[in-house]
Write a protein that binds this ligand. Structure first.
Ligand SMILES: Nc1ncnc2c1ncn2[C@@H]1O[C@H](COP(=O)(O)OP(=O)(O)O)[C@@H](O)[C@H]1O
Ligand SMILES: O=c1[nH]cc([C@@H]2O[C@H](COP(=O)(O)O)[C@@H](O)[C@H]2O)c(=O)[nH]1
Length: 296
């Protein structure tokens, strides 16, 4: 069994996405296309890392139902390491559904109940010596998502078996933004949030990504990357805020843009890029993704 370059911990599920070229209001019923593709923040990050020639391992909960078997097959087809995924016999594979229209994301529902119910079973390989333990903590990059419960995220922020990891954390959705608070309190990890999520975490509203990233660091975050759709994004650490505007592109899909940005940024820093060039490379990758140049 080869040692993974990076671990992705969080949701691995099926995304059911309905897309239409029409504008939609609540209650609209319009023609369009419905697709089912592998998703979940941890999975999206892992898929993008794979495109940068990295070999991430997934830590998640996937059911032993037909949907779960098929999903594991999709992971393996993409050369993602599934050896450490917790395969529950009684929990169903999680699922997410979203509707995207000409006027953007209309609504989405994430059913990540199985991941939540599995709790710290998904972390066993980092505790029992398979990938790490308290005595010999995993010392690589860990991309984490906010689909994990606050209790589990709290555990990761302070427990010895995570003490040496380079934690990269995304909230998964605005509704889950406050689950990242343990990392702000513990001044641990790099947070990847959009402008709305930054505001929710700080219980305020920010006018720009630069202001938001600096605000997160002021409140205790070790490092914060804040994106804002087609507008300028920022990377802040104590005493330094970088900002850059994304390339202008024709947007054909928005679901997963933030995850693409995060994965490309992690991959750039894994290759040794400095902060300004990592930001530029992440924006280029996100632009290719939202313009539809990248196959899923
Ligand atoms: N309308 C857009 N035009 C150009 N780039 C975009 C657009 N929307 C998203 N992106 C790219 O994707 C990144 C993440 O998008 P954002 O919408 O902020 O994240 P999230 O998907 O987490 O809400 C942006 O920083 C940008 O690089
Ligand atoms: O509560 C959650 N919302 C969204 C996701 C995942 O995030 C992606 C969409 O996110 P965004 O719209 O921020 O790009 C989808 O692949 C979806 O599976 C998730 O794991 N959990």
């Amino acid at each position: 069994m080869s040692t993974p370059d990076i671990l992705c911990i969080g949701s691995v599920l099926w995304d059911v996405i309905g897309r239409t070229a029409s504008h939609m209001k609540p209650g609209a019923d319009v023609p369009g296309r419905i697709t089912r593709i592998p998703g979940g923040v941890a999975m999206n990050i892992a898929m993008t890392l794979g495109r940068f020639d990295l070999f991430p391992a997934l830590l998640s909960a996937v059911g032993q139902d037909p949907e779960g078997h098929e999903l594991i097959g999709e992971c393996q087809r993409r050369h993602l390491n599934t050896d450490h995924i917790y395969r529950s016999a009684d929990l169903p594979t999680d699922i997410y559904m979203a509707i995207e229209a000409a006027n953007g994301l209309i609504a989405a529902i994430a059913d990540a109940h199985s991941l939540e119910a599995a709790g710290d079973k998904i972390l066993t390989p980092l505790m029992d010596g398979t990938l790490g333990s308290d005595a010999a903590p995993f010392a690589g990059i860990i991309a984490l998502d906010g689909n994990l419960t606050t209790a589990l995220l709290q555990q990761i922020a302070v427990e010895p078996c995570f003490a040496r990891a380079d934690l990269r954390i995304a909230p998964a959705s605005p509704g889950k933004a406050d689950r990242l608070l343990p990392f702000i309190r513990a001044t641990r990890g790099t947070l990847y949030v959009n402008l709305e999520e930054a505001g929710l975490l700080c219980q305020t509203t920010f006018a720009s990504a630069a202001e938001a990233a600096a605000g997160l660091v002021d409140r205790g975050a070790a490092r914060a990357l804040v994106t804002n759709g087609g507008d300028s994004c920022a990377d802040a650490i104590q005493g330094s805020v970088l900002a850059e505007t994304p390339p202008k592109v024709l947007v054909t899909r928005v679901t997963g843009a933030g995850d693409s940005f995060m994965a490309a940024h992690i991959a750039a820093e894994h290759r040794g890029a400095d902060r300004p060039s990592a930001l530029t490379q992440a924006l280029a990758a996100a632009a290719a993704y939202v313009s539809g140049e990248v196959a899923i």
